[in-house]
Design a protein around this ligand. Structure first.
Ligand code: BES
Ligand code: MN
Ligand code: ZN
Length: 495
């Protein structure tokens, strides 16, 4: 989908759809008011009849409205005027995106930005709207025997702004780049584990690197053995798909600028290993490479935004399978850091690959390291599907990420990284065990990682609850790519 901006009056705009917002109790936005005036009160009359529901995001499509150039008027509820803010704006935008994606119209005009939203600049609103609308048009190219002949969905969206300027043009470009990165993340997540295996993640990174001009290197098992990545290799041992360690290097900054290092958990399928998972919803463990998917995807975003910073992406990619060669509970492995780990549960495998990646990250003398992982079911219990769990060994970095999450409409929530939890990871046979037990399971997982992230500022995002959704809308969400992209954008602006 294409997105652009324009200024002008909505009733004169030629398009398949023109979308305008209204508040509860018949309060019209300026754009809705112009349409209402041009049509001799069509919107007011419709609202008076009570056809539009009160909740933000409720929609009604009006056809052939007199005095309006567009074929259809999409009226969107913004909820109560006094409550208007990020949540209602997001609900309204998501609804518009859904209607546009399912519509037969070819193009649309969206007028929401004339509504006052405190705490957001016009550029921030345009970037977010562009991202949500473009991402809403994402469709997974499912391998079905019969493809539908006509693909529905609006191809071109114009957002109406008070005045077109270069900052807003950049905001559109950035929003598009974020949605493009999210499509990569979603595709990788949605593909089955038989296709999206460690080799597939590596070749995807390599082809993106070629297309968008960043370097990609892939370490094989022998390389990882030489580095001493005994923890990582223990996880992938029993899979027919060999382990890969993917290194991406984007050099947009000056030579001496310390890089930001992003690390993504790339378990392409998590059976649990010998500590086999139960069968229910096991298909969703194809999303266990979502951290990796967001890191690979954000390299596309980064390259398209051409940010003047240096960024390294590290993806330990493995498949966690049971088998005659698999690691067992009770095995002790030696990580690249030298720390030994007693594996008490082979299903706590994410931390066993991330620890070696975190040690590998030291060689880049990073400005900071952020890892992204579908790490624990406990995080889903704690925060559900709305916030990613955030942990950090540096409060300023944590605050920065929390703010970027709000700006990007992709929020995180900070969790404690207290040493008080450490006794849960004690082992009689190694420096630590990989299992902290049920209480505070997301916290002990993060605390485990923190023992490997000692030489730099580090943050960890547990995205087990946010990277995918189940149910009827089952699929990858592309999160936390918007948060990561916002972080890179704001670091680039500060540079
Ligand atoms: N990949 C899972 C975590 C997960 C669970 C992600 C649900 C998404 C949805 C992870 O590898 C795992 O199995 N974690 C275990 C850890 C436990 C054995 C300490 C868990 O959360 O149960
Ligand atoms: Mn697991
Ligand atoms: Zn896992």
């Amino acid at each position: 989908m294409e997105v652009s901006i324009t200024s002008g009056t909505p009733e004169k705009m030629q398009a398949g759809i023109v979308a305008v917002g209204v508040f509860n109790d018949g309060l019209l936005t300026a754009a809705a008011q112009t349409i209402d005036t041009a049509s001799n009160g069509k919107i007011a009359a419709m609202l008076k009849r009570g056809d539009l529901e009160d909740n933000a995001g409720a929609t009604l499509m009006l056809h052939d409205v007199p005095g309006v150039a567009a074929e259809r008027v999409l009226v969107v509820s913004l909820g109560k005027k006094e409550d208007f803010g990020d949540r209602s704006a997001r609900d309204a935008l998501n609804s518009i995106a859904k209607v546009l994606a399912g519509s037969n119209a070819i193009d649309a005009v969206v007028c929401l930005s004339d509504t006052t939203m405190p705490n957001r600049t016009m550029a921030s609103r345009v970037q977010l709207a562009t991202r949500v609308l473009a991402d809403g048009a994402y469709k997974f190219d499912a391998p079905k025997q019969k493809k539908s002949a006509k693909v529905r969905g609006v191809k071109k969206v114009t957002i109406v702004v008070p005045k077109v300027d270069p900052a807003l043009e950049t905001a559109v470009k950035n929003g598009m780049a974020i949605a493009a990165g999210m499509a990569v993340t979603k595709d990788l997540g949605n593909l089955g584990g038989n296709v999206a295996n460690p080799g597939y993640l590596a070749s995807t990174a390599q082809s993106l690197g070629k297309e968008f001009g960043f370097a990609v290197e892939v370490l094989e098992r022998a390389d990882m053995e030489k580095l001493g990545m005994g923890s990582l290799l223990s996880v992938g041992r029993a899979s027919y798909s060999p382990c890969k360690f993917i290194i991406m290097k984007y050099e947009g900054g000056a030579k001496g600028d310390k890089p930001i290092v992003l690390v993504g958990k790339g378990v392409t399928f998590d059976t649990g290993g010998i500590s086999l998972k139960p069968g229910a919803l096991l298909d969703e463990m194809k999303y266990d490479m979502s951290g990796a998917g967001s890191v690979i995807g954000v390299f596309k975003t980064l390259a398209q935004m051409k940010l003047p910073i240096n960024v390294i992406g590290l993806v330990p990619a493995v498949e966690n399978m049971p088998g005659g060669n698999a690691a067992r509970p009770g095995d002790v492995v030696t990580s690249m850091s030298g720390l030994t780990v007693e594996i008490l549960n082979t299903d706590a495998e994410g931390r066993l690959i991330l620890n070696d990646a975190l040690t590998y990250a030291e060689r880049f003398d990073p400005a900071c390291v952020i890892d992204v992982a579908t790490l624990t079911g406990a995080c889903v219990v704690a925060l559900g599907a709305h916030a990613s769990g955030l942990y950090a060994n540096d409060e300023a970095l944590a605050a920065e990420l929390l703010k970027c999450g709000i700006d990007a409409g992709d929020r995180a929530w900070q969790m404690p990284l207290w040493e008080d939890y450490w006794p849960q990871l004690k082992s009689n046979f190694a420096d630590m065990s990989n299992l902290g037990g049920a209480p505070g399971g997301s916290i002990t997982a993060a605390l485990f990682l923190s023992k490997y992230a000692t030489k730099y500022k580090w943050a960890h995002l547990d995205v087990a609850g946010t990277a995918s959704v189940g149910g009827d809308a089952k699929g990858a969400t592309g999160r936390p790519l918007p948060l990561l992209a916002q972080f890179l954008l704001e670091r680039a602006q500060a540079a």
